[in-house]
Design a binder for this molecule. Structure first.
Ligand SMILES: NC(=O)C1=CN([C@@H]2O[C@H](COP(=O)(O)OP(=O)(O)OC[C@H]3O[C@@H](n4cnc5c(N)ncnc54)[C@H](O)[C@@H]3O)[C@@H](O)[C@H]2O)C=CC1
Ligand SMILES: CC(=O)C(=O)O
Length: 317
């Protein structure tokens, strides 16, 4: 019998926060969810709305509202407070807004005595992950960003428009920034264990129309394609957050492309970036270092430089 309730707090209950709660509930990933909203009334309404579906799900999740000061015994705190750029396609454009939010929020969470895992979705997520690590003083493995998990899933989904398999049978990662400088590490993308480039080379008549550069571009633009049509993207990232949270709470050791604080992995330091990592009860247990081709190394260096330049705009000490 489980002795301790699995508790998750969600800070920011807009589209992403509420979709994340919905995924956690429908997949029975935790026992309790505490919603923390800037507008208490909205948080109460979200908690009530989510609770009213409890008769129809597999197991009961207790949903209630709270404050940053109530995070003491949370296993995971998920950060969804943030905003979207008002113009252009650059997530880094929201940096000063999120810095103002998190430099107030993180000390309040830490002053509660919280010692769990922080999981950030707010953009620019790699910068937010590094900022939260600095502001919290937590060990680096305990601060995780959703990073390129959503981009990796988008890549697999797009590939399966051309290859007749389930996206979960495609393996590989988008690396670097969850943003404009991201790139798929094509040298490690496999379908049924076969490198994708070998499949293309061996079956020109069947797959000659598949252009990897075009798929990389579509992957990068996928969020904006949704955003320009409906003003936010939230279901996909809600599932990504639930998937990462499940690997944490169940100590699953899944390898997921998350934003992790790097200390010499991939030759990079002083930032967080999207890399494959083993996710366990203690957070990032280990970063998986892929052997990149010279071109992929250049792409990784460029992407990390982009994130580091944004971090340098902040005074994080
Ligand atoms: N990592 C990813 O792949 C994705 C990240 N996002 C990011 O997630 C964040 C949230 O997006 P949405 O939920 O769609 O936005 P939203 O506008 O629906 O919700 C934002 C929430 O942040 C809260 N908030 C704003 N300022 C605050 C403050 N000063 N203190 C406390 N809470 C505050 C608002 O009250 C609201 O609940 C954004 O940063 C967005 O860019 C969104 C989609 C995908
Ligand atoms: C908004 C965002 O970061 C995304 O959907 O990719």
């Amino acid at each position: 019998m489980r002795s301790k309730a699995r508790k998750v707090a969600i800070a920011g209950v807009g589209n992403v926060g509420s979709s994340c709660a919905y995924s956690l509930i429908n997949q029975s990933i935790c026992d309790e969810i505490m919603l923390i909203g800037r507008t208490p009334d909205r948080a109460v309404a979200q908690a009530l709305d989510l609770s009213h579906g409890m008769d129809f799900v597999q197991s009961r999740t207790r949903i209630y509202t709270g404050t940053y000061e109530d995070c003491t015994d949370m296993d995971v705190v998920i950060l969804c407070a943030g905003g979207y750029p008002t113009e252009g396609k650059d997530r880094i454009g929201t940096l000063s807004l999120v810095y103002d939010i998190y430099k107030d929020m993180i000390p309040r969470i830490m002053n509660s005595g919280f010692q769990g895992i922080v999981l950030a979705a707010a953009n620019p997520v790699d910068v937010v992950t590094y900022m939260v690590w600095k502001l919290s003083g937590l060990p680096r493995g305990q601060v995780i960003g959703t990073g390129t998990s959503i981009d990796s899933s988008r890549l697999k989904t797009l590939l399966c428009e051309h290859f007749p398999v389930d996206p979960r049978s495609v393996h590989g990662y988008v690396l670097g920034e969850h943003g404009e400088s991201q790139f798929p590490a094509w040298s490690h993308v496999t379908i049924g264990g076969k490198p994708i480039r070998d499949i293309l080379a061996q079956h020109p008549a069947r797959f000659g129309h598949v252009k990897l550069e075009k798929i990389a571009e579509q992957t990068k633009n996928a969020g904006w394609e949704i955003f320009t049509r409906k003003g936010s993207t939230h279901y996909g990232i809600g599932n990504a957050l639930a998937y990462i949270t499940r690997s944490i709470l169940n100590d699953e050791h899944r390898i997921i492309a998350v934003s992790a604080v790097l200390e010499q992995e991939y030759g990079q330091s002083g930032l967080a970036a999207g890399v494959p990592a083993i996710i366990t009860r203690s957070g990032v247990k280990e970063i998986v270092e892929l052997n990149l081709t010279p071109l992929e190394e250049q792409q990784m260096n460029f992407s990390c430089r982009t994130i580091r330049n944004a971090i340098e705009q902040l005074s994080l000490g």
